[in-house]
Design a protein around this ligand. Sequence first.
Ligand code: PRT
Ligand code: ZN
Length: 283
Amino acid sequence: MLRIAIQAKGRLSEQSIALLDEAGIVFDDSKRKFLSQSNSFPAELLFLRDDDIPQAVAMGVADLGIVGYNEVLERGQQVDIVDRLGFGACRISLAIPKGENYPGLFYFRGKRIATSYPNILGGFLKEHGISAEISVIAGSVEIAPTVGMSDAIFDIVSSGGTLVSNGLVEVEKVVFSEAVLIAGKKLTDEKRKILEQIKFRFNAVKDSRGKKYLLMNVPNEKLEDAIRIVPAMRSPTILPLAQSGWSSLHTVVDADVLWDKIEQLKEIGAEGILVLSVEKMVI
Ligand code: PRT
Ligand code: ZN
């Protein structure tokens, strides 16, 4: 049995549960408690505030955790980063009031910077030989300059909309983050085995994201052209149709080039093109 800590409520909780669910590690959300056991996999979920997840994993209270890389870095706890999970993307940036001249990092010398990430900011300023005052604020960091609490901020940015609506401009992107899977350093062999299983399943889910399964009928003399357009993982599957001179071609393509590929395939005479979603992909 493995215990996995995830964010109880917040930006990462839904996607963490969805990823586990797609990996066949299912929890009954309607009966959600502080600790919930899966009935489909030897794991239980521990719901915590994201700030506490790195420490819980480092202490062995949980074996694994799903948390933002930014929190792992800030907390400085001894944990292994096992995998990036492909959601919760953001960056931690320095931002200053709009209209200020920004000559470079030395702008921050002697300035007061509000943040919830004092350790990451402290390390960054030290590395660049800048001495500034760090003012730790737990929430709504972006309002600090407007209300006169600071000259600048160091905070999470995703779309950048919050900065704009608070009259701030992003001037330095310091850390790029996404949700990561973390593990304790002292897992037993039995737990490591379960962790390997989870990694394998997560990868199958991640690999299937943004992929589409394409089926179509192609005149035999155009098969080579079709393969050039959609080369597939190893090579596309080709099956003869009952009608002679035609074949059915099956392949997987990236969703972002789907329409491009369909247009090219139609041009060479492909017909009956079907697009299906890919649920899991084991490469
Ligand atoms: O209650 P708990 O402590 O568990 O949650 P929390 O309030 O500390 O964290 P939460 O739920 O806000 O975020 C959890 C994690 O999501 C963060 O640690 C990041 O790893 C990740 N993440 C991704 C984000 C964002 N995107 C994000 N945009 N975390 C916060 N934001 C904030 C940002 O600070 C800004 O104020 O959202 C606001 C909007 O951002 P823009 O740039 O899109 O306007
Ligand atoms: Zn938090």
